[in-house]
Design a protein around this ligand. Structure first.
Ligand code: HAM
Length: 421
């Protein structure tokens, strides 16, 4: 069979070096910061039963309604490529009886997630999340500690232009009071709403607060406010979280319209955006989900968490962090004339042991061609080794940036290169 070249699936992409070094550095930073807060890594399967997300994330949400990669396996079971991991972590929490573990249970995850969305900048069908979940504590200190960890992580990546947006959804009773008030207010305007919003009026009216349609924004300006329906406990909880953030000088704004697109949220919700991305494109989303674990058949255990979109994060990653973590171009060891391959390998080995990245010119190119190629690939240092020099324990160090060439004892090569970079 013949055909055109096969390309990656729409909305997915290959991550290639040296960019993958930056991804790995971001992940290493996450692991370092999260473990300093007592979090341990959880790895859940990429595949789950579809039912988990239908019950966990909610039937009326965009994710479940239109974005899931759902298929029947060979035995006809309905499986879904995870669109998010909070429901999966909650499932694992119940499945492994983690309610018996010392609380709170602190877990983090890094990995691919899948949503069938229209691909565009910062929006992919396979995307990566770095997330954390704190399970088993309902107090505001946990919210604050989780947010401080998140802000600390972003600070370690050298971000300084981030905006934390916060809101509180109150408890279930407050939300249901508010749902009723909002539906009653919007119902007479139903004909002026978009199809999506009209559908949401019955299924999930809070989601209408997210709308970007100008007419709907106008209508919402006169709508009842969620904070007017809040219960006293949620109000105090939220005030405490904000006080702690203030004390640690975490700049944040309260956004009464911030409701998040997943059904499991209760109480505190938040997003973080960067000035570098479109205003609507959050890098991080999260919040409390005090009822999810019970909804999935587990004990009544409160929890809070967040997920960072790693693709978006890296898209706006500060240049200072990126530059420090791009790999250094290797030193090229090049034979000058006929040289014993074993002697060259030994020389390369010495340089590697001294901490340098080294490649060897093994193609039999002329020295001139080798230097030209090294120059083109951005290499700065070439070590030229001739048979006789090697026997005398020496080699030539060529600096392609300055154009200088120096003969040095081989034991001094690494130090000279490290000193110059
Ligand atoms: P989410 O807001 O649906 O929340 O997703 C979190 C982040 O994942 C978003 O802010 C965004 O950066 C990234 N993201 C989502 N969809 C895409 C996409 N198609 N392409 C690229 N990036 C994307 C959750 O997933 C919740 N599980 C967060 C959470 C954890 N809440 C509590 N614990």
């Amino acid at each position: 069979m013949s055909g055109g070249a096969i390309r990656s699936v729409k909305g997915t992409r290959d991550l290639l070096p040296p960019e993958t070094e930056v991804w790995a550095a971001v992940e290493a930073t996450a692991r370092r910061v999260f473990s300093s807060y007592g979090y341990g890594e959880i790895r859940t399967p990429v595949l789950e039963e579809t039912e988990l997300f239908v019950r966990g994330v909610g039937e009326g949400t965009d994710i479940v309604g239109k974005e899931m990669y759902t298929f029947a396996d060979k035995k006809g079971r309905s499986l879904t490529l995870r669109p998010e991991s909070t429901a999966a972590v909650a499932r694992a929490f119940v499945e492994h009886g983690m309610a018996e573990w010392p609380t709170p249970v602190k877990l983090y995850y890094i990995g691919p997630h899948f949503r069938y969305e229209r691909p565009q900048r910062g929006r992919y069908r396979q995307f990566f999340q770095i997330g954390a979940e704190l399970v088993g504590d309902e107090g505001p200190l946990s919210d604050a500690e989780l947010l401080l960890m998140l802000v600390g992580f972003l600070g370690a990546l050298e971000f300084d232009d981030l905006v934390v947006r916060l809101n509180t959804l109150g408890d279930e009773a407050a939300r249901s009071r508010y749902r009723a008030a909002l539906t009653e207010y919007l119902r007479p305007f139903a004909a002026e709403l978009s199809d999506d919003s009209r559908r949401r009026l019955d299924e999930n009216p809070l989601r209408i607060l997210d709308t970007k349609a100008p007419r709907e924004r106008e209508l919402l300006a006169g709508a009842p406010r969620l904070d007017a329906c809040l219960d006293e406990k949620s109000r105090e909880h939220f005030a405490t979280v904000r006080r702690i953030l203030d004390r640690f000088e975490v700049a944040h704004s309260v956004e009464p319209g911030l409701v998040r697109g997943l059904d499991y949220y209760t109480s505190t919700v938040f997003e973080i955006a960067s000035a570098g991305l479109g205003a609507q494109d959050a890098i991080v989303g999260g919040g409390r989900y005090d009822g999810l674990i019970a909804d999935l058949g587990g004990p009544a255990v409160p929890a809070i968490g967040f997920a960072i979109g790693q693709d978006r994060l890296i898209d706006v990653l500060p240049e200072s962090f990126r530059r420090r973590h791009l790999p250094r171009t290797p030193v090229v060891v090049t034979p000058a004339g006929l040289v014993d391959a074993g002697a060259l390998l030994a020389l390369a080995g010495e340089l590697r042991s001294a901490g340098l990245a080294v490649t060897m010119e093994l193609t039999g190119r002329s020295v001139k061609a080798a230097l030209k190629r090294a120059h083109r690939s951005g290499v700065r240092f070439v070590v030229l080794a001739g048979e006789e020099e090697l026997e005398l324990g020496r080699a030539q160090l060529k600096d392609l940036e300055t154009g200088t060439q120096t003969e040095l004892p081989r034991a001094a090569l690494a130090a000279a290169i490290l000193e110059a970079t």
